[in-house]
Write a protein that binds this ligand. Structure first.
Ligand SMILES: [Zn+2]
Length: 257
């Protein structure tokens, strides 16, 4: 079995001291490929370097809505320069999106998001989307921009109808630890009904610990447990789902299998 963690912040400080060991532990659990999403200019260099130094690691470049305090035109110039380098390992723009739960001004969030949609179009790259209580607005903006390079709606939580609207816009649904919580009823039901052909797996480590692991740092090695939970929700063998989501993950990021 080959597993793909499509969203993991392996560059965060908590993994730094024993980085090689963490990567090894993940690989021991069949996690062969991992995408490191950017949060903003502060980690662009680090994720680029990590991916260039370790096989199986890829990255996305962009600005997460939570970290926009100093966002400026200069950063978009820098982003374009980095994307022009084409090292073959930058597979997406993101993570980017909107978040209605944080205190960051929504006009600013939208402005920065839309600029990233334009950059993704310019470089023909998919988007790694972050969305909290903003699904409808994000869909509106993507449609206004006629964005057609797809991507992943990461850490999905919401209804079947909401997920289907993103799928219709060419997005895959990022299934993470949230489905391991019995109280996440709506999301579990949505995922159970969604076609596996439009799903990918992610840990969002060190965030989003699985049920039973609250308070601990999440880890890419946990992908197998999310897969097991997804398999039981869908009533399909783990191996079957693993093969489909492996294919989906490589396809969305245009990575050769
Ligand atoms: Zn994230």
């Amino acid at each position: 079995m080959r597993l793909f963690d499509t969203h993991c912040h392996l560059d965060f400080d908590c993994f730094s001291t024993e980085f090689e060991q963490h990567l090894y532990t993940a690989r021991q659990q069949a996690v062969e490929r991992i995408v490191l999403p950017a949060i903003g200019p502060s980690n662009w260099t680090k994720i680029t370097t990590l991916a260039q130094q370790h096989s199986g690691l890829y990255y996305g470049l962009g600005m997460h809505p939570l970290f926009l305090n100093n966002a400026s035109e200069r950063h978009f110039t820098e982003l374009r320069l980095l994307l022009e380098r084409q090292d073959g390992l930058c597979v997406a723009v993101g993570e980017c999106g909107l978040d209605a739960v944080i205190e960051v001004d929504m006009d600013l969030q939208e402005r920065i998001f839309v600029q990233q949609v334009d950059i993704a179009t310019e470089f023909k790259l998919p988007l790694i989307l972050h969305s909290r209580k903003t699904h409808n607005r994000l869909l509106q903006l993507l449609k206004q921009k006629q964005f057609k390079y797809g991507g992943i709606l990461h850490g999905f939580s919401g209804s079947y109808q909401q997920a289907m609207q993103f799928i219709e816009c060419g997005f895959y649904i990022g299934v993470g630890g949230v489905i391991t919580y019995p109280r996440a009823n709506k999301t579990r039901q949505a995922i159970a009904q969604l076609p596996v052909e439009h799903l990918v797996l992610e840990t969002d480590a060190p965030d989003m610990p699985l049920n039973g692991h609250q308070g601990k740092a999440n880890h890419p090695k946990m992908i197998g447990q999310i897969l097991a939970c997804l398999a039981s929700l869908k009533g399909l063998p783990e191996q079957t789902i693993a093969e489909i989501v492996w294919k989906n993950s490589n396809f969305v990021f245009s990575i050769c299998e």
